[in-house]
Design a protein around this ligand. Sequence first.
Ligand code: FAD
Length: 326
Amino acid sequence: MYDCKILYVLQVPLFTPGLHPPYHETHKSAIVHTTHMGLLWQSNRYLSEFSTFGIGGKARYFAEITSPLEMEEAFSFAREQGLEVLILGKGSNCLFSDEGFDGLVLLNRIDFCYWNGNVAEVGAGYSFSLLGIQSARKGLSGLEFASGIPASVGGAVFMNAGANGKETAGALYSVLYLDLRGSLHQFCREELLFSYRYSPFQQMQGAILSASFVFEPSSSARFKQLEIIDRRIKTQPLKELSIGCIFRNPGPEISAGMLIDRCGLKGCSIGDAAISEIHANFIINLGRARAKQVQDLIEKIQQTVYDKTGVRLEPEIRMIGKHGSI
Ligand SMILES: Cc1cc2nc3c(=O)[nH]c(=O)nc-3n(C[C@H](O)[C@H](O)[C@H](O)COP(=O)(O)OP(=O)(O)OC[C@H]3O[C@@H](n4cnc5c(N)ncnc54)[C@H](O)[C@@H]3O)c2cc1C
């Protein structure tokens, strides 16, 4: 049923200078197939291109998804071929392995935002930061904390991203979800049990297609949002390649960054993977870091913090191995 004839071989360098670590070099070609709907399947795309960390090997198959219909078609292809599927938003919380991912990576670009009063219906590929800024500019409160988080809306719902004592679930009203079998679900917020950096979607197989949010009118929303972005600029290494905080905070009053800092680990590095001098819970890629070096550094932090404080730090990031989450 798929018209998978090879159209042509792309002769483009997949390495974009400045965005991705140089060790990938230019790589010759990605074979491109097309389907009836015009969906392009590519092979051998480096996942480092799609992670804010700039780290990761190749995906066996890769496609950009711009509509729910394309997502359905991609799932059907994955079922036929028996492929594992990974939905990717902005890649701001994923550590991809150096061996890549032996399945189908679907980059979510379902990118729309419709407003109706204080309600927004937003595509899962839409920028979460932009949503936070736009709502605050409208004098609407609920997602001021999102500004500066380089996430997609789908990724933010999946991770229940949060900051400044607020989280995504707080403003969420409903989620449109497509499971891997191709069935569509509309979930109300009340049906979904969220907690700290956790959503029930982490136990499910499928894609968040869109989400709706309800906001509260507030004259201070824009001021609050500007304060938040100002604080981020001062306290986070935003100019570096990273995937945000590596570890979950062990408790509401204890921050992982503070513990790592107290153990004297700031600046510590393995290869080009280094603990940020600006924020101890950030690991930054100095240019040519490998996933293995990041993993080794994570283990080193865990061991040192445990030995010195008795606290076992748990990673908050998603580690994606050759065969899925690890
Ligand atoms: C500089 C910086 C600052 C950050 N600050 C914060 C912060 O303040 N608070 C915070 O919580 N996080 C923060 N993060 C981490 C990150 O932005 C969040 O975890 C975010 O929610 C990830 O969204 P994403 O679209 O990048 O998801 P990705 O990294 O692309 O994916 C993360 C997980 O979500 C899944 N996923 C993504 N989209 C979908 C979808 N549509 N359907 C189903 N599954 C999906 C993926 O399969 C993966 O398992 C920061 C990161 C950076 C780099």
